[in-house]
Design a binder for this molecule. Structure first.
Ligand SMILES: *[C@@H]1O[C@H](CO)[C@@H](O)[C@H](O)[C@H]1NC(C)=O
Ligand SMILES: *[C@@H]1O[C@H](CO)[C@@H](O)[C@H](O)[C@H]1NC(C)=O
Ligand SMILES: *[C@@H]1O[C@H](CO)[C@@H](O)[C@H](O)[C@H]1NC(C)=O
Ligand SMILES: *[C@@H]1O[C@H](CO)[C@@H](O)[C@H](O)[C@H]1NC(C)=O
Ligand SMILES: *[C@@H]1O[C@H](CO)[C@@H](O)[C@H](O)[C@H]1NC(C)=O
Ligand SMILES: *[C@@H]1O[C@H](CO)[C@@H](O)[C@H](O)[C@H]1NC(C)=O
Length: 548
C-alpha cells in the first residue's frame, strides 16, 4: 500500500510546486525583465546603452534637405499672381552626432554634455548638386527690417538708403552657400548696422553656417540618466544651465520632455514630449497607431493638433499655471507659444529663438496647417506619407526604431509703407526649405532588439507553460489518488473521512462510489453528472500530457 500511496502525493506536491513557480514567474517576470532592462538602458559610463549613445555611427542618421525655388520673384507685386515654388532636392547629408564634454553627475542622476554634429554630403542619395542655384527671399534684409518695424521713423529713412543698394527682395545663391558656406551680405557687412539691429553674431548668412562641427550651436544639455528610476531616463533637465528658456512666457518656457534618444520602457503613453533645441521649445507627439519597421512592431507618435493648433489647452499645476482663465490650472499653450500676435494654426513662431528673424516652423508643404497658408502660394502638395513627422517606439523597451523628423522653415514677408523695397508686397508666409532627418533601426541592430523582445515574451510563455504543466500534474495526481481509492475504498474512506462528522460520511461515500461506476461502466450514459465526471478519466489526462 505504501509505495502506491506515495506516488500521487509526490506528484501532487511536485505539481503544486510547479504551479507556484509558474505563478511566481508569471507575476515577477515582467518586474525582473524590467529590472534587467533598466540596468542595461539607464545611462552610466559602463552601461550597454552608453556606447550606442556616445557613438552615433552605430545608427546612421541622414539629413535630407529640400529647397523651394521661387520661380516668379518679379511678379511679387502683380495682383492675382501667387508666389510659385518648385521643390528641389533632396540634398542629402550623412550626419554624425557626437557627445562631447560628457560629465556624469551621480549626485543628481544626470549627465551633462554638448552636442557636436558633423555633416558629409552624400552624392548618391542626393538629387542635385551643391552648386545648384536657388532663388529665395533675402532673409537678411527681411530680418533686419523686421527688427526695426516698430522703431522711430528716422531709422526707416536711414535704412531705406541702405536697402537701395540691395535692390531686390530676392537673391539667387547656390545650395552650398545657402546651407554651410554661407554668403556675404551687404547688410551684414555694414557692421554698424548689425550692431544697431542686433543681427546674429555671424559674418555671413547660411542656414547651417558655422554649424558643421560646432559644439556650442545646439546648447549645453543636462539630461536624466534613469539611474534613480528608469521612468526618468532621457528627460532633459536643464538646457544652457537653466530649466527654463528666455524665448517664451511662463509656463511655456519650461525645459521639459525627452532629449530625444531615450524613452522609458514598458509604458503606454497617449502622447510623448520631446524638447527640440532647434526651435527652443518642447513639442508634443500624439499616438497614431501601431507600425512595423524592419520586422519590429512599435507605437507611432506624430505631430498633430496638440502642437500645431493655436488654441491647445493644457493643465498645469497651480504653481506653474497662474493664469487668468476660468479654470486657473488650465493654460492655452497655443496662445502661450504665440508670443503676442498669433499665427494661423500649423505654424510655430520661432522668431525669438532665431535672432529675431521672422521665422516660422511648420510641417513640410504646410501639412496639417490652416489651408490658407497653401492657398496664398503655388506649389504645395502635402502628403502624410512624405511630410508627417513621426517617432516610432518599441513599447517593451522604449527604444526608437524609426524616426522621421520633418520640419519646414518659413519666413514671413510683410509689406511696409516706409521702405520702398517692401511696399505693396502681400503678407505671406514664404516656404524656404524643409528637412527630413531620418534614422531607423538598422538590419544589423534589429535582430538583437528582436531577441530582447522575444526574451520578454519567452519569460511570459515559459511561466504559462509551467503553470499548465503544474495544473496537469496536480490533476493527474488527483486522478491517480482516486484510482488508488477505488482499489481500497474502505481504507481511503476511513482515512479521509474520519475527522468529518458522521452526517457527511455517507453521502460522500456514495458519491465516491458513483464516480467509480461512471468511469468503468456508464460510457454511453448521457446523464449530466456522468459527463461531468468523465473529465476525470485517466485516459483523457494522459492524452493531454502527450500533447505537451
Ligand atoms: C531655380 O529657379 C531659377 C529661376 O527662378 C532658375 O534659374 C534655376 O535654374 C532654378 N534652379 C534649379 C536647380 O532648377
Ligand atoms: C529630382 O529633382 C527634380 C527637380 O529638380 C524633380 O523634377 C525630380 O522629380 C526629382 N527626382 C527625384 C527622384 O526626386
Ligand atoms: C564638415 O566638416 C567635415 C570635417 O571638417 C568635412 O569633412 C565636411 O565636408 C564638412 N561638411 C560640410 C557640409 O561642409
Ligand atoms: C546636477 O548637478 C550638476 C553638477 O552639480 C549640475 O550642473 C546640474 O545642473 C544638476 N542638474 C539638476 C537637474 O539639478
Ligand atoms: C488660430 O487658428 C485658426 C485656424 O487656423 C485661425 O482661423 C485663427 O485666426 C487663429 N487665431 C489667431 C488668434 O490667429
Ligand atoms: C512671433 O514672435 C515674436 C516675438 O518672439 C512676436 O513679436 C511676433 O509678433 C510673433 N509673430 C507672429 C506673427 O505671431
Amino acid at each position: 500500500m505504501t509505495p502506491s500511496r506515495i506516488r500521487p502525493l509526490t506528484l501532487a506536491i511536485f505539481g503544486t510546486l510547479l504551479l507556484s513557480l509558474g505563478a511566481l514567474l508569471c507575476f515577477f517576470w515582467p518586474v525582473v525583465f524590467l529590472r534587467l532592462l533598466s540596468k542595461e538602458l539607464s545611462l552610466s559610463p559602463t552601461s550597454t546603452s552608453f556606447d550606442v549613445w556616445n557613438n552615433s555611427t552605430t545608427i546612421p542618421l541622414h539629413l535630407e534637405i529640400y529647397f523651394f525655388n521661387w520661380t516668379n520673384p518679379e511678379e511679387i507685386r502683380t495682383p492675382g499672381k501667387k508666389p510659385s515654388f518648385v521643390q528641389l532636392g533632396p540634398y542629402t547629408f550623412l550626419e554624425r552626432r557626437e557627445k562631447v564634454n560628457v560629465v556624469f553627475h551621480p549626485e543628481n542622476d544626470t549627465v551633462s554634455f554638448d552636442l557636436k554634429r558633423t555633416w558629409y554630403f552624400d552624392v548618391e542619395r542626393s538629387n542635385g548638386t551643391l552648386k545648384d542655384n536657388v532663388t529665395q527671399l533675402n532673409v537678411v534684409a527681411l530680418s533686419a527690417v523686421h527688427r526695426i518695424r516698430n522703431w522711430a521713423f528716422y531709422w526707416h529713412t536711414m535704412f531705406e538708403l541702405m536697402l537701395i543698394k540691395i535692390g531686390h527682395i530676392h537673391l539667387t545663391k547656390t545650395v552650398d552657400e545657402l546651407l554651410f558656406t554661407g554668403y556675404e551680405d551687404t547688410l551684414i557687412n555694414m557692421g554698424k548696422i548689425s550692431k544697431i539691429v542686433d543681427l546674429p553674431p555671424f559674418d555671413k548668412f547660411g542656414w547651417f553656417y558655422m554649424r558643421n562641427e560646432s559644439t556650442t550651436f545646439d546648447g549645453h544639455f543636462n539630461m536624466a540618466t534613469g539611474q534613480d528610476s528608469i521612468m526618468n531616463i532621457g528627460i532633459l533637465r536643464n538646457w544652457n544651465y537653466r530649466n527654463t528658456t528666455s524665448f517664451y512666457d511662463a509656463p511655456c518656457n519650461a525645459v521639459e520632455g525627452s532629449a530625444g534618444e531615450f524613452w522609458p520602457p514598458d509604458r503606454n503613453f497617449d502622447e510623448i514630449t520631446l524638447f527640440s533645441a532647434d526651435i527652443c521649445r518642447p513639442l508634443t507627439y500624439e499616438y497614431n497607431g501601431m507600425m512595423t519597421y524592419n520586422g519590429i512592431e512599435g507605437k507611432q507618435y506624430v505631430i498633430g493638433d496638440k502642437t500645431l493648433s493655436n488654441s491647445t489647452k493644457r493643465r498645469y499645476t497651480k504653481r506653474q499655471a497662474n493664469s487668468q482663465s476660468q479654470d486657473p490650472d488650465v493654460v492655452n499653450v497655443g496662445q502661450c507659444f504665440c508670443n503676442g500676435e498669433c499665427t494661423p494654426s500649423g505654424l510655430i513662431n520661432v522668431t525669438a529663438c532665431r535672432y529675431g528673424a521672422p521665422a516660422f516652423v511648420s510641417l513640410p508643404h504646410f501639412h496639417k496647417a490652416d489651408p490658407i497658408l497653401r492657398e496664398q502660394i503655388a506649389g504645395m502638395n502635402p502628403d502624410d506619407e512624405k511630410h508627417g513627422f513621426h517617432i516610432t517606439l518599441e513599447p517593451k523597451t522604449g527604444i526608437p526604431i524609426d524616426v522621421a523628423a520633418r520640419l519646414q522653415v518659413n519666413i514671413l514677408l510683410q509689406p511696409s509703407d516706409s521702405l520702398s523695397l517692401f511696399s505693396g508686397v502681400p503678407r505671406t508666409y514664404f516656404p524656404m526649405f524643409w528637412f527630413n532627418e531620418h534614422a531607423g533601426i538598422t538590419e544589423e541592430l534589429a535582430p538583437p532588439l528582436r531577441l530582447l523582445i522575444q526574451l520578454s515574451k519567452f519569460g511570459h510563455y515559459t511561466s504559462i507553460a509551467i503553470l499548465v504543466l503544474g495544473s496537469l500534474i496536480v490533476l493527474a495526481a488527483g486522478v491517480l489518488h482516486c484510482l488508488h481509492k477505488r482499489g481500497r475504498v474502505d481504507v481511503v474512506m476511513t482515512m479521509s473521512n474520519k475527522p468529518m462528522s458522521a452526517g457527511f460520511t455517507v453521502p460522500t461515500r456514495q458519491k465516491t462510489e458513483l464516480i467509480y461506476l461512471d468511469t468503468t461502466v456508464a460510457t454511453d450514459d448521457h446523464d449530466a453528472q456522468t459527463r461531468l465526471n468523465r473529465q476525470l478519466y485517466p485516459k483523457l489526462v494522459g492524452d493531454n500530457l502527450q500533447d505537451l
